[in-house]
Ligand binder design. Structure first.
Ligand code: ATP
Ligand code: MG
Length: 219
């Protein structure tokens, strides 16, 4: 995956959530880190075409993502920080519904690999936070997307589920799935990511390479 940000700015009233960010990375897994309100979720939303930049351009694999959002959406799956689930349906019904929308069946193997055991008749609104998270991850992984944009995917997961999730991602990475992940779980990300993008109050602090096979330019 090649991801280019060219002087990208995104404002909310007076706040510059992303402030003149410029970089060019070629990598299969990019981690986005920084403290609270650093702009991580905003950066991911721009890539996922949920938000449009006020200034600048984002180019993903040679495609201007504002001009050709429909092309990007075909290839990309986005897990928001607070995932949208159908609260008044069961987990299985959510999986069935999103499978229909994404035209991709879910497999028991996927559920097992994320340590998710959907519990009978319980509605999603009554599931624990971790179970909701696991369900959202299963939905995000439906249909074998080529690019994954994941906002704090392991937040709220217990240790076993976290390990299972990171190991599942490393299998996907071997299958050439590209990933951009906002996380605070740096120890795990170091095993997976080729790059770390560090943000602070909307500004790019640095891009650090963790893998000499990947390349980048900080302009
Ligand atoms: N929809 C919005 N309306 C107004 N301000 C927003 C909106 N979204 C983000 N912001 C502001 O933009 C800044 C960056 O927010 P963002 O959610 O991108 O940070 P973050 O790095 O993901 O933080 P966290 O670690 O808490 O998830 C914050 O100051 C936030 O208040
Ligand atoms: Mg966030």
């Amino acid at each position: 995956m090649r991801l280019i940000f060219e002087h990208v700015t995104k404002k909310f009233a007076q706040t510059k959530a992303i402030d003149d960010v410029t970089f060019d990375v070629e990598a299969s897994c990019v981690a986005v880190v920084g403290g609270n309100a650093a702009g991580k979720s905003t950066l991911l939303k721009l890539i996922a075409t949920v938000l449009k930049p006020d200034e600048g351009r984002v180019i993903l694999n040679g495609i201007d993502i504002v001009k050709h959002a429909h092309l990007i959406r075909k290839e990309l799956s986005y897990l928001p920080e607070e995932p949208a689930l159908m609260d008044t349906l069961t987990a299985r019904d959510n999986l069935a519904l999103f499978s229909k929308i994404k035209k991709a069946d879910y497999s028991e193997e996927l559920l097992r690999s994320l340590r998710f055991e959907p519990n009978g008749k319980k509605l999603v609104k009554n599931l624990s936070k971790g179970s909701r998270r696991k369900l959202s991850l299963c939905i995000a992984l439906l249909g074998e997307p080529k690019i994954l944009v994941l906002d704090e995917p392991t937040s709220g997961l217990d240790e076993e589920a976290k390990q299972a999730f990171w190991s599942h991602l490393s299998t996907l990475k071997e299958k050439n799935v590209a990933m951009i992940i906002a996380t605070h779980d740096m120890e795990e990300m170091k095993k997976l990511a080729d790059f770390v993008i560090v943000l602070d109050r909307g500004r790019l602090v640095k891009i650090e390479s963790l893998n000499s096979a990947a390349s980048y330019i900080q302009l």
